[in-house]
Design a protein around this ligand. Sequence first.
Ligand SMILES: Cc1cc2nc3c(=O)[nH]c(=O)nc-3n(C[C@H](O)[C@H](O)[C@H](O)COP(=O)(O)OP(=O)(O)OC[C@H]3O[C@@H](n4cnc5c(N)ncnc54)[C@H](O)[C@@H]3O)c2cc1C
Ligand code: SF4
Ligand code: SF4
Length: 408
Amino acid sequence: MTQPAPASSTLGRIARGNLCSGCGACAAIAPKAIDMQVSGAGFLRPRQTETLTPDQDHRIADACPGLGLQLSPGDRSEHMLWGPYISVYSGHATDATLRHQASSGGALSALLIHLLESGTVDRVLQTGADPDLPIGNRNVLNEAQAEVFASAGSRYAPSAPLAAIAPLLDTDLRIAFVGKPCDVAALRALARTDPRINQRFPYMLSFFCAGVPSLNGAREVLNRLDVTEQELSSFRYRGDGWPGFATATKANGEQARMSYADSWGGVLSRHVQFRCKICPDGTGTFADVVCADAWEADARGYPVFGERDGISLVMSRTEKGENLINAARSAGKLTVSQFDIDTLNTIQPGQRDKRRLTLSRLAALFITLRPRPAFRGFHLWKNARQASPSALAKNFLGTLKRIVTGKI
Ligand SMILES: Cc1cc2nc3c(=O)[nH]c(=O)nc-3n(C[C@H](O)[C@H](O)[C@H](O)COP(=O)(O)OP(=O)(O)OC[C@H]3O[C@@H](n4cnc5c(N)ncnc54)[C@H](O)[C@@H]3O)c2cc1C
Ligand code: SF4
Ligand code: SF4
């Protein structure tokens, strides 16, 4: 009988703490020993099939965003809440079709198209719908404008873009990488030990990320829309307008849809994985450029989700990112104007609160001796002091209760 491969102690610790974000970096480090599989809970998780070398185990411990993040602003301006940055803009793709099709204003895709058309990169590694599982995602290596258009739009489901990089490292392609903030953080961490990363991936782009829901979240949306997975031919989480509708299209062409407020706010956000609840980096601090929704705020200061033409928030976090934004503007792909960074406090309340409350949630892991990530450079103490004592206590006790009742 074949013996199972001895489990990696690092992967074991991550699994015990439920700390995996599903980035796929471990599969990039040990592609013959690890692949990414959908877990019973509906998330992408590493499956180890062969023994890891000590070096592989060490590199996973170093790069895994589930175990920690090390942010260093260098000589960039740094905002205590929003991290290191060069400039902040709001705007949209100049291509009206892309702007409509994309998640917000299509700025992220416009930057990708500029990189491809200017010959700055040969390919784009990004996430698109999985034709075999319409609510799911797959990694796509795109070259043509139409392919980038087809991959535009946020997909609130697991993705593991780093699981695709191992075979690309020995090519001579220059590739723009798009991923969740934790994916980009892991790619930057891999670059510390593998010089091929920065050669293959000269641009790393991301988006603000409130968390990845399980595939079961999309199944609940389908259930509420009275559509079965068997009937489904395609599924959009949003886009086709701003914010756009979660739209299920059946094989017979019939469509059923749900507003963004109902799909994300009412269903998907309740299926987010645990690692996202203690994430201090939903704003993509490791990316060259990070895009988000430049929501408008109502009189009470809360974001408004009414349908209208999309506007992206566009934040350069490195000089390279700033130069890319300027080049895309000059090439007529992108139109943007300056945006006051302090306005983010009102239009991104979820991200603001998460940064302020991470410490109280980590404290619950600490006192119960659970495995927990080490986050450096996120000013968690200073940010916690900006939260009310009642919010800190509520988040500490809420996390503690989830640990004690076995929900984490
Ligand atoms: C899980 C998730 C959570 C988000 N949370 C927030 C939030 O809290 N606040 C906020 O302002 N914005 C959030 N967004 C981002 C937002 O929805 C827009 O993507 C962002 O505003 C950029 O819009 P755009 O029109 O410029 O991008 P587009 O031009 O539409 O490009 C979107 C890009 O994201 C990639 N992508 C889509 N889904 C995934 C995925 N699951 N994994 C990896 N890559 C993916 C696509 O391949 C494409 O390259 C989230 C997106 C996702 C996927
Ligand atoms: S977070 Fe990424 S590197 Fe860490 S275990 Fe999960 S998939 Fe692997
Ligand atoms: S919230 Fe953080 S950990 Fe979760 S997917 Fe987004 S960036 Fe990764």
